[in-house]
Design a protein around this ligand. Structure first.
Ligand code: SAH
Length: 416
């Protein structure tokens, strides 16, 4: 029988007998746990040489001997000679020192479990009776997979004294729950409190554990959205109480997501921040409408801007000169004025435009028209935010329907 325990080896003397790759792996695990590792072996593999050169382990260049066990808490016998390993383990047992034997778990008094680290936890698997390391490793791999799926409640229930809160800025993708990344889901399920917007995968909030507090800072009909200053204050206050705060945002946190501002505000208060990238609507909304933002032979760049104000000169240029696709976020309100600007700047009135509302959600709707008719078309259908406006040849509905240009021709064109 084996009993799984968590050893605190930090700063404690541990002996590794042997200098090969197995010894190197064992030493790596022990060093990870902060152990003071001494390696005894006539020769070392490259990994261990690196560790010696980096002063991470002490090396005695000779065969292992009994006195090497003096003062150690734990021994790994990992030489290439199983008789030597067995002897090292016997010496250890005589001295009441726990030992792991690389050439046969039953020769030592301890086993190294197959383990995986995740969200501040170590999950370890070991066989109870006869050792079966391959089985333990396989089960460990499956558990690691489940942990990264982001469906387990990973919140801390007991906090170390003085444990500090932190904030995870999470890019939630454009809206469909299954366009969140695995990392985003995992981060969400670690949180004690979720600060959310109106955009992004809000449907996922229903599957959070019931006692997770959800603070909605988005604009709802008849209610003011919280200002950025108020949002920052909420993040600082919540994390200041020692909580793990998930700040769930639509798309990517750093693309017109004000994630940078939130990170600055938190950093100014010394609050640790993790940022999880997300699938941005700037690229995924066109895709959801069947529009490739770049397309070989059509256009090779994409310019993303916001529509809060007038379009700037660089945004106008890409349409007038037709050298990039223009993607405008938050552009529905000023659509008419942007179209006027583009036409006045010399755009072709027939340049294709597509407006993608509620991209990736069941309510997604796409409105297409040439530049000179898009305002009328949008008004006729009552187009409203959130929507992404795509301007350029790639928005032509017939683009992907047409027979592809021969790839060899494109390759030849690209290499000229
Ligand atoms: N950080 C976000 C953008 C935030 S700005 C991202 O990377 O996607 C908000 C704007 O994003 C909206 O006004 C709209 O233009 C766009 N947007 C976000 N989600 C959208 C969706 N599902 N469909 C269409 N547009 C969307």
């Amino acid at each position: 029988m084996t009993t799984l325990v968590g050893l605190d080896l930090a700063g404690r003397a541990v002996l590794v007998a042997g200098g090969g790759p197995v010894a190197a792996r064992r030493a790596a695990t022990l060093l990870d746990g902060g152990a003071a590792v001494t390696v005894v072996a006539p020769q070392l593999c490259e990994d261990l040489v690196d560790r010696v050169l980096a002063d991470e382990v002490v090396w005695h260049r000779r065969p292992v001997e009994q006195s090497d066990l003096d003062g150690v808490w734990f021994v790994h016998a990992a030489t290439d000679d199983s008789a030597v390993n067995a002897e090292v383990c016997r010496w250890a047992t005589d001295r009441r020192v726990w030992s792991v034997c690389a050439s046969g778990a039953s020769l030592g008094t301890a086993r190294t479990p197959a383990s995986t680290r995740h969200a501040g936890l170590t999950v370890a698997v070991t066989s109870v009776g006869d050792p079966d390391p391959a089985r333990a490793a396989r089960v460990r791999d499956q558990l690691a997979g489940t942990l990264t799926m982001g469906t387990l409640d990973l919140r801390h229930h007991r906090r170390g004294s003085g444990s500090r809160g932190r904030v995870i800025l999470i890019g939630g993708g454009p809206g469909a729950a299954d366009l969140m990344t695995v990392r985003a889901r995992r981060a969400l399920f670690e949180a004690d409190v979720v600060v959310t917007d109106r955009l992004g995968p809000t449907s996922i909030l229903d599957s959070l554990p019931g006692d997770v507090e959800v603070i909605d800072v988005g604009k709802a009909p008849g209610r003011h959205a919280a200002t950025q200053h108020e949002i920052n204050a909420i993040l600082i206050d919540q994390s200041g109480r020692g909580r793990v705060v998930a700040r769930l945002k639509g798309g990517d946190p750093f693309l017109f997501g004000r994630g940078g501002e939130e990170q600055q505000a938190l950093a100014a208060h010394g609050i640790p921040v993790e940022v999880v990238p997300g699938v941005t609507s700037a690229l995924s909304a066109p895709l959801a409408a069947g529009i490739p933002v770049t397309h070989r032979g059509t256009v090779a760049s994409v310019h993303v801007t916001h529509g809060h104000r007038q379009l700037d000169q660089s945004a106008l240029d890409v349409v007038v000169r037709r050298h990039a696709t223009l993607v405008v976020l938050m552009g529905v309100g000023r659509l008419a004025s942007h179209v006027d600007q583009l036409l006045a700047a010399g755009s072709d009135p027939l340049v294709p435009v597509a407006i993608v509302e509620d991209a990736t959600l069941p309510t997604q709707r796409v409105t297409r028209a040439p530049l000179r008719q898009i305002v009328e078309a949008a008004a006729a259908r009552g187009v409203k935010a959130p929507a992404v406006v795509v301007v350029g040849a790639v928005a032509d509905p017939s683009l992907l329907a047409a027979a592809p240009v021969d790839a060899a021709t494109l390759d030849a064109a690209a290499s000229t």
